[in-house]
Design a protein around this ligand. Structure first.
Ligand SMILES: [Fe+2]
Length: 355
């Protein structure tokens, strides 16, 4: 059993981490949130969800407060226990949502409207978490140097691409989730060989985020990269860093395995906190976020794919072509993500091609 001092230390560390990474609005023991407000712990950046929360408040009169952090929110929820002010957890990646469930930080939600709006493969079978948007992990290919218009994830390990591929750290959650799908489809031994083949094909050591891989295609360091779909919109529309428009313009999206099982998709999603103090209003917000109105706002603001099949993606997303999602249930990703992470270490993936 954790000692009280240990728990206090953890709480202090978590609080420090949250403050360090930036808190949009502090809620908790000191800064009171009014009774009935919905309190959200979010790994998603506030600007992505603010338009939705504003629309919800305008419609219902129910106010919301967000604590945003890039790490440590699960730990904070655990440390706060029954006294936690959190009603909802927002995060990206089914693996992270499953982690919150497995840690006992969430509770099931039996809302018929959620089950109707969100396809079964994008929610927890026990109703602990629900997808709100989808993104696909695709291949960015050089428009000028790559002639082919189709590709598979398996082909990324083909020696014909030696020295031509760029990717961020193999341990990033986006990549461990992708590797988890390779394990789920082909088994562990195949996935290990795949990682070794991909590593041998890298142009240099994994580094940066997905956008930096597009940058390296633009500058000629590599011909192929692995990246999430929405970054193409973030680059194309980037007025703050207009050089990113050139990175985006240098690549074409290839949806891997479009002719067989489909491309890997992951979700951003939400879960109801185990001790949600404002449960009734939190359920209203969950219901709203899955609605066609909110899904439309989400699709336009984030350039992700709405999970609600009644809502179309934004024009820029549609311009990339048709997404055929791999139907592998997302709980498989949660199941194999730890193994995927172990394999990434085993093959020394992040040391790059020459090690
Ligand atoms: Fe991202």
């Amino acid at each position: 059993m954790a000692s009280l001092t240990g728990m206090r230390r953890l709480a202090a560390q978590v609080l420090a981490a949250v403050v360090f990474t930036g808190v949009a609005l502090s809620i908790g023991a000191t800064a009171a949130s009014a009774q009935g407000d919905v309190n959200i712990y979010s790994y998603r950046e506030p600007q992505l969800i603010d338009p939705l929360l504003k629309a919800f408040t305008d419609k219902t009169g129910i106010r919301t407060n967000i604590v945003y952090a890039s790490a440590g929110l699960n730990e904070r929820l655990a440390a706060e226990g029954q006294n936690s002010p959190a009603d909802l957890l927002f995060t990206v990646d089914a693996g992270r949502l499953s982690e919150a469930k497995d840690a006992g930080l969430t509770q099931p939600v039996a809302l018929a409207s959620l089950a109707a709006a969100i396809p079964a493969e994008y929610r927890d079978p026990e109703q602990h978490w629900f997808g709100l948007t989808m993104r696909s992990r695709i291949v960015y290919a050089s428009k000028s140097r790559v002639k082919q218009d189709r590709i598979t994830y398996e082909e990324l390990a083909d020696p014909k691409w030696k020295g031509k591929i760029c990717i961020r750290s193999g341990q990033h959650v986006y990549n461990t989730s992708l590797t988890a799908t390779i394990i789920a489809h082909h088994g562990e031994a195949f996935a290990e060989q795949w990682l070794r083949g991909l590593k041998a094909n890298l142009a240099h050591k994994p580094a940066g985020g997905d956008r930096e891989q597009a940058r390296d295609i633009y500058s000629g360091k590599c011909d192929l990269a692995v990246g999430n779909t929405y970054y193409m919109a973030l680059m194309a529309k980037n007025e703050k860093n207009p050089e990113q428009k050139r990175w985006g313009a240098a690549i074409k999206p290839l949806f891997p395995n479009a002719n067989d099982r489909g491309s890997h998709v992951n979700i951003s999603g939400m879960a109801l906190a185990k001790n949600a103090p404002n449960k009734a209003n939190a359920l209203k917000l969950m219901d709203y976020l899955a609605s066609e109105e909110a899904q439309k706002i989400y699709a336009t603001a984030n350039n992700e794919y709405p999970v609600n099949p009644a809502v179309e993606p934004s024009d820029i997303v549609k311009s990339w072509g048709k997404l055929k999602p791999d139907p592998l249930p997302l709980e498989n990703i949660a199941k194999y993500r730890k193994k995927a992470s172990e394999l990434v270490d085993k093959v020394n993936f992040d040391a790059g091609p020459s090690s």
